[in-house]
Design a protein around this ligand. Structure first.
Ligand code: S3P
Length: 171
């Protein structure tokens, strides 16, 4: 299968990059979070609040399992999808997995005005970003391709992924 999945912490540019890449590579853009919201008829924030994170992770896992069974997509996975081994197995087996990275200070600048990320609703969001990034670093490291998007425009990130993809196709 020839999907491309973007993983990485919140605010690393997965959504914008995935949308651009989908157009450029003639694939369908699929957001795991959007699919969860549709399935549950509730926003991610409300799911976290009403049913808790473990419930969200369970639905996230089911949704990734379903999405991974289809082809021709650019999959925009939520920042915590990497924490589950089965998610990574499913995503890796259906195509290329690319991990986007960014420095915590830049992530903070990118997400500080957003209100839809329950995990960043904290008294000190930058501290929370740093803590979560450190905890998750070993999981993000599991991806075979990494791109540090700090200081990069979406266009350049998409271009870089496209080049990697073209190189792989030409082998
Ligand atoms: C999460 C990231 C979010 C969303 C949920 C949990 C995480 O997705 O899935 O709020 O655990 O990092 P984005 O990375 O698209 O913001």
């Amino acid at each position: 299968m020839d999907n491309i999945t973007l993983i990485g912490f919140m605010g690393t540019g997965k959504t914008e990059t995935a949308k651009m890449l989908a157009v450029q590579t003639n694939r369908k853009y699929i957001s795991v979070d959007d699919a969860i919201e549709k399935k549950e008829a509730q926003s991610i924030s409300d799911i976290f609040q009403d049913k808790g994170e473990p419930y969200f992770r369970k639905i996230e896992k089911e949704t990734i399992r379903e999405i991974s069974s289809h082809d021709g997509q650019v999959i925009d996975a939520g920042g915590g999808a990497v924490l589950d081994e089965e998610n990574m197995k499913n995503l890796s087996s259906c195509g290329l997995v690319v991990c986007l990275w960014a420095e915590p200070e830049e992530i903070y600048e990118r997400v500080k005005k957003d209100t839809h990320r329950p995990l960043l609703k904290a008294d000190d969001p930058l501290r929370k970003i740093k803590d979560l990034l450190e905890k998750r670093r070993p999981f993000y490291k599991k991806a075979s391709i990494h791109i540090d998007t700090t200081g990069m425009r979406v266009k350049s990130v998409a271009k870089k992924i496209k080049e990697i993809l073209d190189d792989k196709t030409n082998v």
